[in-house]
Design a protein around this ligand. Structure first.
Ligand SMILES: *Cc1c(COP(=O)(O)O)cnc(C)c1O
Length: 408
């Protein structure tokens, strides 16, 4: 049988689990404790048998979402968390310890960059590199390097990391390769193709899609040999070694650190995910149309979108991704005030967040990059006149008309 398409797999994911009374959606289990007729059942769950004991660690609804995300990501196992940041925190804190070295892209989601400062306070060495350039990444290697963390398309400048080359490097040096696939999602980019060890996704964005639920996931691709990884605790060095990493992330990240997703949230994400391909297709069409309108417009100084032929990593993006996504930034020419421009847009909402059905925009410098200060913004190539847009699923003509009237 040929492999099923992305959406076919997703929409048939829950009912294929053989759920209660033929339900096509995984039921929402709100129970916190799970009771057993025979106490041995409880003991078995505590000792690693499949099952549920307490909702901080798992519920049947969360398990169904894990299976769905695992299918999307083509991985061996998935853990879900309360949001993308908690998935990232759990990955770092459960797999790294004081004295370890972490290589990270310099172009990361702002809150992840902020988190790296916290990690350094706990004795984890961090080197920030230009992840678009493999030489800059390999030059950061140290004897204590354990992990490399990058994003696919960076926000807000849209740099595309040297994902394939970094994968080869991590494989050669036995480093855990973590890819934050939020901006592309597993629909546009299968991170297995570049040998990712772990795929991290903020489910709050394109996967949930409707701006009504938060969640995060970590999927183990099965490509990393955890037997070689010294930071796996003895308790998790048991059974299939493919699952050691994700077991430790799950146990320590959820059970010990407690950033658990609610079953209600999991249901919303699960329903949202069914239309991700359809939404992302429309969003990409809209984003390309907007990029073309903005490029060369006399009031626009620069457009950042990997779909444009003159984007520095356009060829790389074309090769790696099945589309260019829906994140677009642009600089207004000097003399035009970002806020004045944004207030002229009628449909577009001034809001942070990405991957919503509605087009959202914000002035970058005074909002998401305010805390970093002018110097860091300049180092990251963020102009003071930059606007970031997350393009939605509106009808293309309406969206273009809104930008046209605001530019006029
Ligand atoms: C939003 C985002 C996160 C954090 O996700 P939350 O669900 O908001 O916590 C992490 N990485 C990237 C690339 C993001 O865009």
């Amino acid at each position: 049988m040929t492999a099923l398409g992305f959406t076919t797999k997703i929409v048939h994911s829950d009912h294929k689990l053989g759920l209660e009374a033929g339900a096509v959606h995984a039921p929402i289990h709100n129970s916190v404790p799970f009771g057993f007729e025979d106490v041995q059942g409880l003991i078995d769950v505590f000792q690693g048998q499949p099952g549920h004991a307490y909702a901080r660690s798992s519920t049947p609804t969360l398990d169904a979402l894990c299976k769905k995300i695992q299918k999307m990501d083509n991985g061996v196992a998935t853990a879900v968390f309360s949001c993308g940041m908690s998935a990232i925190v759990a990955t770092f804190l459960t797999l790294l310890k004081s004295g370890d070295h972490l290589i990270c892209s310099r172009f990361l989601f702002g809150n992840t960059t902020s988190l790296l400062g916290t990690l350094q306070g706990y004795g984890i060495d961090v080197t920030l590199v230009d992840a678009t350039d493999i030489n800059d990444v390999t030059a950061a290697l140290n004897s204590n390097t354990k992990m490399v963390f990058v994003e696919t398309i960076a926000n807000p400048v849209t740099q595309v990391s040297a994902l394939a080359e970094i994968g080869d490097f991590c494989e050669a040096e036995s480093l855990v390769y973590v890819i934050d696939n939020t901006i592309t999602s597993s629909y546009l980019f299968d991170a297995n193709t570049v040998k990712a060890s772990l795929i991290v996704t903020s489910l709050s964005k394109y996967v949930a899609g409707h701006g009504n639920a938060m969640g995060g996931s970590v999927t183990d691709t099965g490509l990393f040999d955890w037997e070689k990884y010294s930071n796996i605790f003895p308790a998790y060095r048991k059974g299939d070694s493919n699952l050691w990493g994700i077991s430790q992330i799950k146990k320590k990240g959820l059970r010990d650190m407690g950033a658990c997703l609610s079953s209600q949230g999991a249901h919303l994400i699960s329903v949202g995910s069914e239309t991700m391909e359809l939404r992302m297709e429309r969003q990409a069409v809209n984003t390309m149309a907007l990029a073309e309108l903005l490029q060369g417009h006399p009031k626009i100084a620069k457009v950042y979108y990997p779909g444009l032929a003159d984007h520095p990593q356009h060829e790389r993006a074309k090769q790696l991704f099945s589309g260019f996504g829906a994140l677009l930034s642009f600089d207004l020419i000097e003399g035009i005030d970002c806020c004045e421009f944004l207030n002229k847009l009628n449909l577009v909402i001034s809001a942070t967040h990405l991957g919503d059905n509605r087009t959202l925009a914000l002035p970058v410098a005074p909002t998401i990059y305010f805390e970093m200060g002018l110097q860091l913004r300049q180092e990251m190539g963020i102009s003071e006149n930059m606007i970031r847009c997350s393009i939605g699923i509106e009808n293309t003509v309406d969206l273009i008309a809104d930008f046209e009237q605001a530019l006029a």
